[in-house]
Structure formats: structure tokens, C-alpha cells
Design a binder for this molecule. Structure first.
Ligand code: MG
Length: 274
């Protein structure tokens, strides 16, 4: 993989079949993918062999694999707090089990990084939810370590300093962040470039996504095509280079009706500015 090679989060293409998604990535000229959440069957038995063969055939490199969980809602900030990631206690056991299945698939495919939204971390370290999240992340990190894999937590549902404190509480060498600048804007958690400075030693992987700030309390901001929002793509890439980030630039697009067109235009923008 070349430094700052442009890739795509397979989920963003809205193609459920991972084999078709990989073929589409190749067709779009994207040689790197973050593998998105898949149907259960792909985590079972030797199903990975079909994905491995397809990666080989397409000449596409998997930079990361993402775990997401049934029952998550991103409708508004309360929904995110109540349903997303490893914070909701009622779902913790089943979600940890799924996370390990995704890790196993990643290991079988030689993927170096597992990513997920862990959920909204409670700011108070005495909150039981905070302990639960630290324990869960430590357990995932320790599951990944013998596989030679690292765990990258998606940023943006908390401030940069809060994430840095959380990383210190976790205290594992193979844990860092998947930095998503748009999330910080969508959740109203602060300037993403300032957060990138705070987290500069912990960036394992990044998303290239854009958004507008929320205008109604409790609601999320609006995701927009890369380059059309408040991130400032040139500034973002400049900061990534300044901190020495040399991993892939993975395009994520979670809204809009012309995903493939938006991804193609984002690729052109990133290749021009990187
Ligand atoms: Mg993201």
C-alpha cells in the first residue's frame, strides 16, 4: 500500500454482497478498502476464503474491518447514546461475541486493524458505563494482540481530550483511533483539526467524510459530500501529513442518493490534495 492511498469503506457503496463491493471498488479505481459490517454467514466457517480469493483477484488491499451491531440507531444524540456500540449493557455480551467473529474474519484475511464505534463514553470516570467500556476495549485489544491486530475506535462522539483520557485508561499498546473528522462536526464535539492534534500519537486509520454542524439541540448535524462541509479537506490532509500519518485515506459516505458519484468525486479531490 502506498502512503495516503485513497480507499473506500465498503458500506458506503450500499452493496450488500462483499464480493460485488470489492469488484466495484476495483472498478472505481480504489485499491484499498475498509471492510464494512457483513451478513452473519460471512463470519462463519470458511466463508472468508471467498472474500480472500476476491481480494486477490481484484488486487484490493483491506486496510481495516469494521464491526457494527444489530439494533444500533443514529437517529439523534439520545438514540446514539442508548443504542450504539458496547455501552448498552443489555447487548454487551452478544456484541462482544460478534466483535470477536469480525476479528476472526479480519485475521483470516490478514487485515491489520479492527474498528468500531464503541458508543458514547460517559464523561464521569466513576460512571459504571465508563468501567464497562474500558473493560470491553481491553478485552478486544487482548483478543486481537496475538493475531497481530490493532483496535481503532471511531472518533467524534466525544471530544479529543476525552478520547485521549479514555485511551490512557485502557492502557493497551494496540489500541488507537479511527479518526473521523466529520463525526466531530456532526456530534458538535469540537474542531476536528484541534482534536487531531490532541490524538496525533494515536491515529491508526482515518475516514474522509464531511459534514455541517448541528443546528438543533439534541439532533446530529448533516453529512455532506467530501469537500462541501465544515471539515476543510485541504486543512485536514495538511494536518494528517504534519503528524506523520501515512496510512490510507478511506472515503466514507453515509448519506445521499448518489453514493458512487460522491465517492468518485471524493477520490478525485483527495488525489488532487494529498
Ligand atoms: Mg466514520
Amino acid at each position: 500500500m502506498q502512503p495516503l492511498q485513497v480507499g473506500v469503506f465498503t458500506n458506503s457503496m450500499r452493496i450488500d454482497d462483499p464480493l460485488a463491493a470489492l469488484a466495484k471498488a476495483k472498478e472505481l479505481g480504489l485499491g484499498v478498502v475498509q471492510i464494512g459490517p457483513l451478513a452473519d454467514e460471512w463470519y462463519q466457517g470458511d466463508a472468508y476464503q471467498r472474500i480472500a480469493a476476491c481480494l486477490q483477484e481484484c488486487g484490493v488491499v483491506p486496510s481495516a474491518i469494521c464491526a457494527a451491531y444489530p439494533g444500533e440507531s443514529y437517529a439523534d444524540q439520545d438514540a446514539v447514546r442508548g443504542t450504539v456500540g458496547l455501552l448498552p449493557e443489555a447487548f454487551l455480551a452478544e456484541r462482544m461475541a460478534l466483535t470477536k467473529l469480525v476479528a476472526d474474519l479480519g485475521a483470516n484475511l490478514g487485515v491489520p486493524i479492527l474498528t468500531t464505534h464503541i458508543g458514547v463514553m460517559p464523561e464521569d470516570p466513576a460512571d459504571p458505563g465508563h468501567h464497562r467500556l474500558v473493560d470491553a476495549v481491553q478485552e478486544i485489544a487482548d483478543y486481537l494482540a496475538p493475531k497481530g491486530m490493532r483496535f481503532a475506535m471511531e472518533t467524534g462522539q466525544e471530544t479529543g481530550p476525552a478520547m485521549k483520557e479514555f485511551l490512557a485508561a485502557v492502557g493497551r499498546d494496540n489500541v488507537g483511533v479511527n479518526f473521523d473528522p466529520a463525526n466531530m462536526i456532526l456530534y458538535g464535539t469540537g474542531d476536528p483539526i484541534e482534536a487531531l492534534e490532541v490524538l496525533r500519537d494515536h491515529v491508526l486509520h482515518v475516514h474522509c467524510k464531511d459534514g455541517e454542524w448541528p443546528t438543533v439541540a439534541g439532533q446530529l448535524g448533516t453529512e455532506v459530500p467530501l469537500g462541501a462541509g465544515a471539515v476543510g479537506v485541504e486543512r485536514y490532509l495538511g494536518k494528517l501529513k504534519e503528524i506523520g500519518y501515512a496510512g490510507p485515506l478511506v472515503i466514507e459516505r453515509e448519506a445521499g442518493e448518489d453514493r458512487l458519484g460522491d465517492i468518485t468525486r471524493a477520490k478525485e479531490l483527495l488525489e488532487r490534495l494529498r
